[in-house]
Design a protein around this ligand. Structure first.
Ligand SMILES: [Zn+2]
Ligand SMILES: [Zn+2]
Length: 211
């Protein structure tokens, strides 16, 4: 390979990686004149290194873009997943002891927030759920609010509401659940019952897929 002096441009042939103290690395006449060691450069080797670096940066950018695209796809399908669940869950046997299955729902709002945890609110025959990114919790909160609509707001978080919420969860999950000690623990224990297996059986991705 040609090693070229940056000052006088004289070239010497040397291997691509000569030893650090190889005299061909240095231009001795220019070193003599300038009073300090003048190092030759190897343009073809530098070009190769640059090309490799550019390829690596491009590769990293492509993988970042793929990751971002998957993250965006994962987020954008979430409202649709929630609405599918809400409409499936509108007709649970748990909603009516009288054999009436359909939830008497006047209106609902499903929002998707950026936080991890979901929140919800029910009034009259309406509810609002703001789903977070942690999907099992959002599903448990959705069912929580639907249970409020089913039993009526006057029941609050009492035994009747707990009973219906638990029955609805058992129906959705297709297995019985143990009642938690108090109503505060209900939503988190029902969230925990939405296992990764259940989620994947229902085509719900808990986290964005890896690149
Ligand atoms: Zn020189
Ligand atoms: Zn509540």
């Amino acid at each position: 390979m040609r090693w070229v002096c940056p000052i006088c441009h004289s070239a010497k042939l040397a291997p691509g990686r000569p030893r650090r103290d190889d005299v061909r690395r240095y231009c001795l006449p220019c070193s003599e004149t300038s009073g300090r060691l003048v190092e030759r450069t190897c343009p073809s080797r530098d070009a190769k290194t640059e090309k490799r670096q550019a390829a690596r940066i491009a590769r990293e950018q492509r993988s970042d873009e793929r990751r971002e695209a998957r993250q965006a796809a994962w987020l954008s399908c979430w409202p649709g997943v929630l609405e599918t669940m809400r409409s499936e869950w509108n007709d649970l046997a748990a909603w009516g002891a009288d054999g009436r299955r359909r939830l008497r729902l006047a209106a609902f709002t499903l929002r998707v927030g950026k936080r991890e945890w979901a929140s919800g609110h029910a009034w009259n025959s309406r509810f609002v759920v703001t789903a977070g990114t942690y999907r099992p919790d959002a599903l448990a909160v959705l069912l929580h609010e639907m249970a409020h609509v089913a039993v009526g707001l006057s029941n609050g978080h009492n035994g009747k509401w707990q009973d219906v919420y638990l029955k609805a969860a058992a129906e959705v999950l297709d297995h019985d659940l143990e009642a938690p000690a108090n109503s505060q623990g209900m939503t988190s224990s029902i969230a925990a019952a939405f296992t990764p297996e259940w989620m994947s059986a229902h085509g719900i991705e808990v986290a964005p897929p890896p690149v």
